[in-house]
Ligand binder design. Structure first.
Ligand code: 26V
Length: 840
């Protein structure tokens, strides 16, 4: 095929004409013409109001409902095809799905962008405020939840028969406001106004038995033990549109509900209000997403939430399996269940319970089926984040599951003793139960023992997991351990978020990259092409202007597009070292104060991210960044040259605006602590250069782009581990004048004139407490790498060259690649294409 013909055929794949598209979506009883007036009908009939009086919210709902109408018949056909084919299915179980907005994403994936543009023009509708009206579905804390959302996009795009299972939290991740520099949390009541995407399926409810009831005490929900009850799980389905709109998978979120006759006794004895209060309490189970911090681990209700997700999802998938199959030994050929972290690990004892108690299988067979069906992904090595639940809570809330866990453990420890006779130390370490005054169930051990696959999320992380964190278990089951380096969806994170750059890329290499990101490699040959440099630099500039305009209208904050935009956006955590970034800025600030004529590129340092509400030091780091920003702003000698911004309420939508505009991406965790990172990949594919440590997937990113195009610095994971015994932050304080000056400034209340002593805890973290995350050890090499970057920036062609080579090397980090690896190596699932109808 000639190049021109190839381009044309690609153009038709990505943008079929309206009639052709409408035939694809009119694959059921309703045919579409493309001019059906869906939007106008929804606007009028859903609101029963004069069009003049309709605001952005009504317009958003009408637009979303029209799009849902268009995809409905393919959604139905997708499920029908899976049923008919009796295909092996993937079930992705996750307590979190950080979806963000759906309208623009669905329009993109349905290939409706051009039609939407046309409508915008013809009907003089401004699409921007309508889009901005959609609340982010913030049903996740950070990386783990966003990864689950990217995976859903890739599974649908790859036409895999996959279902996501999660919880329908009425309150997602808290909203962050900054008051006086401090983070304050506010509830995120995102479902206050009904969500146009979800479809409630009351007839597919499932019934979940619990050995506890629920009570509200002083506004706190509590599990009351010893009073068995049952809850309904009500499914709320959301469409997941694969790119091209052929496959529409389902994300099924469960909401807890009680029967109307819940406490009939109380009801009939006249305590009408009491009975209803109990109903309200029980239905609160799925009300809120727990924030990712160690205090959540102390909450029994979180454990019940985890059980509820598992019990509802397994009941649902078992029901589906039974509709088409009768032989239980074929379950692993029909279902692959992926556990997103240990949060859904109760799937191990719950599946065993179903097979033993409901289906009356023998232990050996039930165990074989359970292991072959389940697989587990680990997302963190931090000891405080590894889930452990008190045995006494199991006794009270789910005694039968505890019994099963004990029996699994008895058999498992038997096999350990057989293999390592006399090694009781090992037995203690691998046991599913942590012994001691308070006995705990170790959820990671349970997940590893009860499944056939355990994977980490980047090469270094998988290696550390296998050789350090769960070394003894890996020795028992070496074949179970594998790596699946994370990825992100290029549809949301490049095509949709960065129209300027994706346009330039498509112009250069065609649009096949949208579903095959390895195509970006073709850009390497343009790394020295001045014309393409220009196109890249223009795209970056456009994205900066877009971002600055958006920021000004949403928060009022001002960004100068002529400065280097240098970002660190992620959850605030000591190991991610936002404090190291802040120290770098203090040193640069001091250099400018000491030598106002110093040549230094003008820069905007942007931070964004939420701190867990109970994580005091993380909240203090936010306060410090805000005070640093204020101090620099108030200093006329430097404020034209460096500016620090903390953007409140970091969320998926903010990331979509910010990442394309970024020049420098900071990925500076203490090596060995960031499992993978995924924002690092998004920045890379949007043409930012990375300054970072050799940690998580950043290592693989540098490999792909070439280390010479990366700005790596600092201790390696090995060096961090080896220096644990003797590392002394005082050495750096005493021997490095810039480090000492920066710290002295902080401790002398330079940044806290009106709040003396407020930053004292930073002294504890960075010096007296031993600087566990080794900020001071890496500060100098960070500054060196930073200097190299700034020098490079003064040469736009040299900068563009490296950025282009980064984009060209980012192909590996598509979640399509990650999911293909999961599908072939863990799930053994193939695609199940939905019949084409009407498409010529
Ligand atoms: C822990 C807890 C504890 C109890 C309450 C709620 C809660 C929620 C989440 C977590 C664990 C979070 C682990 C996590 O997000 N890990 C991140 O996973 C990303 C995707 O694999 C990865 O890129 C990041 O490096 C890793 O930190």
């Amino acid at each position: 095929m000639s190049a021109k013909a190839a381009m044309e055929s690609r153009a038709t794949t990505a943008h079929p004409d309206v009639a052709q598209l409408m035939r694809q979506y009119g694959c059921g009883p309703i045919q579409f013409t493309g001019n059906d007036g869906l939007y106008e009908r929804h606007l009028l009939f859903d609101n029963v109001q004069d069009e003049e009086r309709m605001g952005a919210r009504e317009r958003f709902e009408a637009a979303a409902r029209s799009i849902r109408d268009v995809l409905s018949q393919r959604w139905v056909l997708t499920e029908k095809t899976y049923e008919h084919e009796n295909a092996k299915r993937v079930y992705y179980l996750s307590m979190e799905f950080l979806l963000g907005r759906s309208l623009s994403n669905n329009i993109t994936n349905l290939l409706f962008s051009r039609i939407a543009e046309q409508i915008e023009k013809e009907k003089k509708i401004d699409f921007f405020p309508i889009q901005e009206e959609e609340p982010d579905a913030g049903l996740g804390n950070g990386g783990l939840g966003r990864l689950a959302a990217c995976f859903l996009d890739s599974m649908a795009t790859l036409q895999l028969p996959a279902t996501g299972y999660g919880l329908r939290y009425e309150y997602g991740i808290f909203r962050q406001v900054i008051e006086d520099g401090w983070q304050k949390e506010q509830p995120d009541n995102w479902l206050r106004i009904p969500d146009p995407w979800e479809v409630i399926r009351p007839h597919e409810r499932v019934e979940i038995k619990l050995n506890c009831s629920f009570e509200l005490h002083d506004g706190m929900l509590r599990a009351v033990t010893g009073r068995p009850s049952f809850l309904y799980g009500i499914p709320f389905d959301r469409p997941i549109v694969g790119y091209g709109g052929k496959t529409i998978n389902t994300l099924r979120l469960w909401a807890a509900a009680t029967a109307d006759y819940f406490d009939f006794q109380k009801f009939s004895s006249g305590d009408f209000v009491g009975a209803l209060t109990e109903t309200l309490a029980a239905e609160s189970l799925t009300r809120v997403l727990y924030p990712d911090d160690s205090t959540s681990m102390g909450k029994a209700l979180r454990l019940v939430q985890e059980y509820f997700l598992v019990a509802c999802s397994l009941a649902d998938l078992v029901r589906r399996f039974r509709r088409n199959n009768s032989d239980w030994s074929t379950l692993p050929d029909k279902a692959a269940i992926q556990l997103n972290d240990t949060h859904p690990t109760l799937a191990v004892p719950e599946l065993m319970r179903i097979l033993l108690d409901d289906e009356h299988l023998e232990w050996e067979q039930a165990w074989d089926i359970t292991q072959r069906t389940l697989a587990y992904t680990n997302h963190t090595l931090l000891p405080e984040a590894l889930e452990k639940w008190p045995v006494e809570w199991f006794e009270a809330i789910m005694p039968r599951h505890l019994e099963i866990i004990y029996e699994i453990n008895r058999r498992f420890l038997g096999s350990v003793r057989e293999r390592f006779p006399g090694d009781e130390g090992r037995v203690g370490r691998v046991s599913l139960i942590e012994e001691g005054l308070k006995r705990n169930v170790r959820m990671a051990n349970l997940a590893i023992v009860g499944s056939h696959s355990t994977n980490g999320v980047a090469a270094i992380h998988s290696e550390l997991l296998r050789t350090v964190t769960v070394k003894d278990l890996a020795e028992m089951y070496p074949d179970r351990f594998n790596n699946k380096t994370n990825g992100v969806t290029p549809r949301r994170w490049l095509l949709l978020a960065n129209p300027a750059l994706s346009g330039a890329i498509t112009e250069a290499i065609g649009d096949a990259w949208i579903t095959d990101l390895s195509q970006l490699k073709k850009l390497s040959s343009l790394a020295d092409d001045k014309g393409f440099h220009k196109a890249f630099l223009k795209a970056k500039r456009d994205a900066k202007v877009q971002f600055a305009t958006w920021l000004k209208t949403t928060t009022g904050q001002i960004v100068d597009c002529d400065t280097i935009i240098d970002c660190q956006v992620k959850r605030i955590h000591e190991y991610k070292r936002q404090l190291l970034n802040a120290l770098r800025i203090v040193v640069l600030y001091n250099r400018l104060r000491e030598n106002p004529n110093l040549e230094m590129a003008h820069r905007t340092f942007i931070f964004a991210g939420k701190a867990a509400p109970a994580y005091r030091l993380a909240k203090l780091i936010i306060k410090f960044i805000n005070n640093l920003a204020g101090t620099i702003d108030g200093d006329p000698t430097v404020r034209e040259r460096i500016k620090v911004l903390f953007l409140p309420e970091y969320c998926v939508s903010m990331a979509e605006h910010l990442i394309p505009a970024t020049d420098i991406s900071n990925q500076i965790s203490t090596a060995g602590y960031e499992a993978s990172g995924t924002s690092n990949m998004k920045f890379m594919m949007n043409g930012a250069l990375t300054i970072g440590t050799r940690d998580g997937a950043t290592i693989e990113m540098a490999e792909e782009a070439g280390e010479e195009n990366f700005f790596l610095f600092g201790l390696t994971a090995e060096q961090v581990a080896d220096s644990r015994g003797w590392y002394n932050p005082w050495w750096h304080y005493q021997n490095d004048p810039e480090t000492r000056a920066a710290l002295n400034m902080i401790f002398s209340d330079y940044f806290s004139r009106n709040e003396p002593g407020v930053f004292e805890p930073l002294r504890e973290t960075l010096l007296t407490g031993g600087d566990h995350y080794m900020h001071l050890a890496d500060l100098n090499s960070y500054l060196d790498a930073d200097q190299q970057l700034c020098t490079l920036y003064s040469n736009p062609d040299a900068w563009a060259r490296k950025a282009i080579l980064n984009i060209a090397g980012s192909g590996k980090f598509s979640s399509d690649r990650t999911i293909t690896d999961y599908a072939t190596e863990i799930w053994k699932v193939g695609s199940c294409p939905i019949p084409e109808c009407g498409v010529k």
